[in-house]
Design a protein around this ligand. Structure first.
Ligand code: IPM
Ligand code: MG
Length: 370
């Protein structure tokens, strides 16, 4: 509990830290097309994480076997990012684990558990910050409904950057939301570049700028400023509340192509979008920075599935889709296409229980097709 003066002091420190973060942003890009050795780190995570991540890692090992043998790809397992170890170390990412992570170029990560309340930060949020993974790209594609959306969620700022650093005064709690020019420019530009490079002609900017006037107001203004560099792409603003409705509304929703939005809105709406596609188990997620990138399922660690003894029926589709996104990111598009094709035609069906395949059976069937 703080008093008013302590809260003001804490706020001052946070503002200074945030200014320092922006000043230290490094924009040097890793060029995977020319990089001689690409190191892929595999992190199991908690709950169903080890089960689904093992399936996805086996798929990658199969697809990249020749390159692993030739030494142009290294796949390494990273231990220790478990809730038990994180609680024991009192750190969202223990130092030795972070050093291992930073020795890789890209990561495939299973879901990690975040304790409610307390001060332990989410490992996900910490990793996105430590590796500066500012673009969270989440594709949702339903060909039979004529839906092809790509969400560009800002991934390092907004409500998340100080989410574990709010202040509590007697009878009151305050959290902070941070939006910077540099942070907004890079996510908006990434979304426009994706649109331009993939023949997209429409970009939606989603905020709540009528209420969050400073932060979301800035986000919208910067998006329109950057739009001037992309004359072939039309830009439309939506508020997040009506956008959640619009994702359910035909034919309007078929017009959406690339959607760029601040962190928390992106978190919420991409679960909705994934559900429209068939469930949060069906969507992959790419966390991209200039140097590193991390690929993961968009769902959590499903502790209830483990408690019920049903973990082996977990659906690995989300993390395997993430593995396909990883392959594209490291400039292995043929391997990615092969995987996506096999997934679309895999005879094994996952239902989450005895009526369908286990995670391992699904992986076996998929690997057979590669
Ligand atoms: C996601 C998840 C994470 C988030 C959690 C696990 C911290 O919901 O990747 O969407 O809120 O970003
Ligand atoms: Mg989420």
């Amino acid at each position: 509990m703080m008093n008013v003066n302590e809260a003001c002091e804490a706020f001052k420190k946070l503002v200074e830290e945030q200014l320092a973060r922006v000043a230290a942003m490094d924009t040097t890009k890793t060029d995977f097309a020319t990089k001689k050795t690409v190191t892929i780190g595999v992190i199991d995570g908690d709950g169903i994480g080890p089960i689904i991540t093992t399936a996805a890692a086996r798929v990658l090992e199969k697809l990249l076997a020749d390159e692993v043998a030739a030494g142009s790809i290294v796949i390494k397992q990273i231990q220790g990012l478990t809730i038990e170890n994180r609680m024991a170390c009192g750190k969202a990412i223990p130092d030795d684990v972070l050093a291992e992570i930073k020795s890789c170029d890209v990561l495939l990560k299973g879901p990690t558990t975040t304790p409610h309340g307390g001060t332990m930060e989410s490992a996900n949020v910490a990793m996105r910050r430590e590796l500066d993974l500012y673009a969270n790209c989440r594709p949702v594609c339903i060909p039979e409904k004529n839906i092809d959306w790509m969400f560009y969620r800002e991934n390092t700022e907004g409500e998340y950057v100080l989410g574990s650093r709010g202040v509590e005064l007697p009878g009151m709690a305050v959290d902070f939301k941070v939006t910077t020019d540099a942070g907004t420019r890079r996510i908006v530009r990434a979304a426009f570049e994706y649109a331009k490079n993939n023949g997209k002609t429409h970009l939606s900017v989603v905020t709540k700028a009528n209420i969050m006037k400073k932060t979301d107001g800035k986000f919208t203004a910067i998006a329109h400023e950057i739009a001037k560099d992309y004359p072939g792409i039309t830009v439309e603003d939506y508020y997040i509340d009506i956008m959640t409705a619009n994702l359910l509304k035909d034919p309007l929703r078929q017009q959406f192509q690339v959607i760029v939005l601040p962190n928390l809105y992106g978190d919420i709406i991409t679960d909705e979008a994934a559900q429209i596609q068939g469930g949060v188990g069906t969507a992959g997620s790419a966390n991209i920075g200039d140097k590193y990138a991390m690929f993961e399922a968009i769902h959590g660690s499903a502790p209830r599935m483990i408690e019920r003894g049903m973990g082996h029926y977990a659906n690995p589709a989300s993390i395997i889709k993430a593995a396909a996104l990883l392959l594209r990111h490291i400039c292995r598009p043929e391997a990615a296409a092969k995987l996506e094709d096999a997934m679309a035609n895999c005879p094994a069906v996952i239902t989450g229980n005895e009526s369908g395949a286990t995670c391992e059976e699904y992986a076996n069937a998929l690997i057979e097709m590669l």
